[in-house]
Design a protein around this ligand. Sequence first.
Ligand code: ARG
Length: 242
Amino acid sequence: MNKSILLAGFTALLLLSGCGKEQDYLVVGTNAAFPPFEYVGGVSGDQVMGFDIDLARKVAEDAGKTLKVENMKFDSLIVALNAGKIDMIASGMTITPERQASVDFSEPYYEATQVVLVNKQDDSIHSLADLTGKHFAVQLGSTADMMAKKYTQSVTAFNTGFEAIMELKNGKVDLVLFDSEPAANYLAKNPELKLISLDFPPEFYGFAVAKSQPELLASINKTLATMKQNGEYDALLAKHMK
Ligand code: ARG
């Protein structure tokens, strides 16, 4: 066979398989250190699972695609989305005006708030005012990270909330500022800590897509609305929230 025909054939094949890939997968980015929304576990111990992942699987299914999860640093998610490396962020991400400048969010799917974790013997925090000047540990690029700066100059940021909690347990910081559900989840495994609820404003989690993907956004919102209506959303809440 003529070489150029062969080459053309290969190119066509490559193109075809390339197209197929894009259409078959919904690539979802997350930072799987945020139980019960996303964490690593399962039989193999390296499976990404959780509330967000179950919701994302349904979104993919409704869009006729297979879910593919990419686990990455939290502060890389928006960059990866806008670089086209992932199609959607499902990562307990709070809808904020700053983020809305660079990505589009779905309708909110969960209401949360920040809470404070301290070592059990610490009795110095009873109100937001008591946070002034404390040494905070937070997750890098999180809403806690942004909020901490209102109270103090001493903020140490980590790639995961888990590392922030280790720092607290080692007595290197005064407190961890973290989202309510994951904080309660970590607390259950760390009885030497305690959780303090203060008057922090509510935060709403949304799935994020690139601004160039209005159809995907509409499809996510449709899935969420259907799941809220038919009880699947509540069933997932019951499965994941203790
Ligand atoms: N809700 C917070 C935020 O949007 C923290 C989210 C952290 N999520 C995660 N999967 N680690 O900044």
